[in-house]
Design a protein around this ligand. Structure first.
Ligand code: COI
Length: 452
């Protein structure tokens, strides 16, 4: 069966293979990689994008369908009493849902001005999505656990192949920003990223649920916190804040302390990676700015974090004395969250574009785990001449993080916050400091955002 599937995929790949890009897929092991396929995981030959860009028959059929959006609660309830039958239902949902979601974004890309499509990075992402769309569309129904094991390997492979999408897209869109209005660019990028998060959530959740059924023994409370698939059902907010603060202070011991108050026992059901991505990003910006703004102080004022458990929402306020956010170049919160060089000139800095180029061809991937966030941040801040010099520069602050120097940490945090209906706001008191207000829904009853 697996050979049959592989052969089908090879046929699809053959259509897209050009020259020595040689699209031979040899799948090997559970969660294996296409190691034989492309040495660095990516194509270096010119893509067939331009040839295929507007070939649409199948795409139209899928793009006409609405995404079947879910709530966090549905993901938990469905996963909680998992058995073979439900797992196979979940697999077929993912199999049929992902091509619909991908098709919406392919249509979005087709609506871009052609000059944008020709920018380095944009064509590559289009190619990746088109190939993934074809693979999903042709994937046969899953009827048994064996089929599901093959499907999970297939999913894991695609997740890995897409691991460089964010820097690649950020590169393409930065280069395109002279050709798109800031509003067009930002709303396109937001849809691409929300949709990508949604697809990865569905794929990763399904793989996590499958691992449990396939191994038949994995506990649902690894790391001391109960979880269903990738959703932690008793996520302890204080513990996540402490974890991020400790990681940051290990790396920069002279950064300020983080003091936590409020509803310290708050727990709720959420995707831990998403919450910790945001907390890490906000804390890093706050600690870094405080340290830099108060260079002469022997011990900079602590960053204060307040946790609030409301009836419907969890709130986290992070207050720093880092001098505030805005200056003559970055004037409003939407500038900070913007991907356009018109709103944020740092988008077209050569150093940033070089970092994007490196990351977009690095097969190491960018997942939203805090461990990887730290690694990535360390690697990049180590290579900066003095990583703290630009700490009071909000343009750079927007850029530090898992995707250090590429200006995506803060916009990504906002997108993560909004994904299940939360919000992220920044309030600056220039000359004093910044308050970041994160709100995430507590009940898990909001549907994923409309842009999936
Ligand atoms: C992505 O990571 O960009 C995806 O779209 C992954 C999905 C196809 C499983």
């Amino acid at each position: 069966k697996e050979r049959e599937i592989n052969e089908k995929q090879m046929e699809v790949d053959d259509i897209y293979a050009s020259g020595d890009d040689g699209a031979v897929i040899r799948r090997k092991d559970w969660l294996g990689v296409n190691r034989d396929r492309r040495s660095a995981g990516e194509s270096t030959t010119p893509s067939p994008t331009h040839r295929l860009f507007y070939q649409n028959k199948q795409l139209e059929l899928y793009a006409a369908k609405e995404a079947n959006r879910l709530t966090l609660r549905q993901l938990v309830f469905f996963g909680r009493s998992m058995d073979e039958d439900r797992l196979i239902k979940s697999a077929n949902y993912v199999r049929t849902e992902l091509p619909v979601r991908i098709s919406h974004r392919l249509r979005d890309m087709q609506k871009l001005p052609f000059i944008v499509v020709t920018q380095e990075g944009v064509a590559k992402v289009y190619d990746l999505y088109w190939t993934a769309f074809e693979k999903f569309r042709r994937y046969p129904p899953i009827n048994s656990l064996e089929d599901n094991a093959a499907f999970c390997r297939f999913l894991a492979n695609i997740l890995r192949e897409h691991s460089t999408v964010i820097p690649t897209l950020a590169l393409g869109l930065s280069l395109s920003s002279p050709h798109l209005s800031p509003d067009e660019l930002d709303s396109f990028m937001r849809r691409m990223l929300v949709s990508r998060i949604s697809r990865r959530v569905l794929a990763e959740h399904h793989i996590a649920l499958s691992e449990k059924i396939h191994s038949g023994r994995q506990s649902s409370s690894t790391q001391g916190e109960p979880h269903v698939g990738i959703i932690f059902t008793g996520l302890n907010v204080r513990r996540s804040i402490e974890k991020c603060a400790n990681l940051l202070r290990q790396r920069k011991p002279y950064w300020p302390e983080v003091q936590i108050d409020g509803h310290l026992d708050t727990t709720f059901a959420y995707i831990k990676e998403h919450l910790e991505y945001i907390l890490f990003e906000l804390l890093k910006n706050a600690m870094r700015a405080t340290s830099s703004y108060n260079r002469s102080a022997s011990s900079p004022a602590p960053v204060r974090v307040t946790i609030f458990a409301g009836t419907n929402d969890i709130g986290v306020r992070i207050s720093d004395q880092g001098g505030g956010l805005f200056d003559t170049k970055v004037k409003t919160p939407s500038d900070l969250f913007s991907f356009s060089h018109n709103r944020n000139a740092a988008r077209l800095q050569d150093s940033r574009l070089d970092t994007l180029r490196t990351l977009s061809s690095s097969p190491s991937g960018l997942r939203a785990t805090v461990g990887e966030q730290v690694d990535r941040w360390q690697q990049n801040s180590d290579s900066e001449s003095d990583s703290d010099d630009d700490a009071s520069n909000p343009e750079m602050e927007a850029g530090v993080g898992p995707h250090a120097g590429i200006g995506i940490g803060l916009p990504m945090s906002s997108i993560f916050a909004k994904y299940f209906g939360g919000s992220l706001e920044m309030v600056s008191m220039n000359g004093w400091g910044t308050d970041a207000y994160l709100r995430v829904p507590k009940l898990g009853t909001n549907l994923e955002g409309i842009e999936v």
